[in-house]
Design a protein around this ligand. Structure first.
Ligand code: PLP
Length: 288
């Protein structure tokens, strides 16, 4: 933060930062698994794309950001970490309300790896509720700019808890399935995969599922998924940097198929984690 490395407990921003006051920020999260970043280049591409579209400026070039992220992980000592890079609008030294006057701020941190699903949920599959909440439309906030506009997702999460489920899926503006708090979703039907195309963050794990499917000859497409279709799927899984590929075996009050984690999901989960030490997909952290 502001050119210094600090213990997490000391990393604090001003309450006047528009990242905090207006959610005027973009970020990206990459994970480190067994001492290696997974698909760091794709995360950096998405981060720099968001920064540009928000007309912000990061005071470092790409190479410097890579070394900052590596330093954060190396200094923290975490072998498996959740690594976040953030650019906030910052604030204006003259209290101007004009965002062009703000001094943008770059922050990066590394904390222990965390997952949307715990160990038991990864083995048995998650119970997900479909909330009536509509995800903020893409013509309001471009979902390709990874953002903290999460009030819809948080509302969905509380709806899910109220109904005894573990997490939520919320809808797009046409009433189709969109995404959940920090994850994309896939359905498997008759051996083919589908994930929503509209109004969702283009997740790097989602992209990785497409790449893995291409490698093993499975068909995967991005297209609308109706509520009835997800419930009638053979398999459902969610994808996130926070947890990878995670099975869903129950939606609302009904089991998906026979209620067990399906074979396509298991195969992709296995392949996904095996790619984490492949140098074509991962980058080493150099620890002191
Ligand atoms: N959708 C939303 C709203 C997210 O916040 C995230 C990750 O934080 C995802 C999807 C999954 O994206 P990724 O696979 O890049 O982690």
């Amino acid at each position: 933060m502001d050119g210094q490395y600090l213990p997490m407990s000391e990393a604090k921003i001003s309450v006047l930062d528009w990242g905090f006051l207006h959610s005027d920020a973009t970020y990206d999260t990459v994970h480190v698994w067994n001492g290696r970043f997974f698909r760091l280049d794709l995360h950096l591409d998405r981060f720099f794309g968001g920064v540009e579209r928000l007309r912000m400026k990061v005071p470092y070039d790409r190479e410097t950001i890579v070394s900052i992220l590596k330093d954060c992980v190396a200094l923290s000592g975490h072998r498996s970490a959740y690594v976040e890079m953030i650019c906030t609008r910052g604030s204006s030294p003259t209290f101007s309300r004009d965002p062009r006057q703000a001094e943008n701020r770059f922050i990066a941190f590394a904390i222990p790896f965390g997952s949307v699903a715990n160990k038991e949920q990864l083995e048995k599959g998650l119970h997900v509720a479909i909330s009536e909440t509509v995800r903020i439309p893409p013509n309001s906030v471009d979902p390709a700019i990874k953002n903290y506009h999460w009030l819809d997702l948080v509302k969905g999460l509380f709806d899910a808890y109220d109904r005894g489920a573990e997490t939520a899926l919320i809808l797009d503006t046409n009433g189709h399935i969109a995404e959940g708090p920090g994850f994309n979703v896939f359905v498997v039907k008759d051996g083919s995969l589908r994930t929503p195309a509209f109004g969702v963050l283009p997740g790097i794990t989602r992209r990785t599922v497409f790449d893995l499917c291409a490698e093993i000859g499975l068909s995967a497409t991005a297209a609308d998924i109706a509520r009835a279709e997800i419930k009638a799927a053979d398999e459902v899984f969610i994808t996130s940097t926070a947890g990878g590929i995670m099975p869903v075996t129950r939606i609302d009050d009904a089991a998906i198929s026979n209620g067990q984690v399906g074979s396509v999901t298991r195969r992709l989960m296995d392949l996904y984690w095996r790619k984490h030490d492949d140098p074509a997909w991962s980058t080493a952290v150099i620890y002191p």
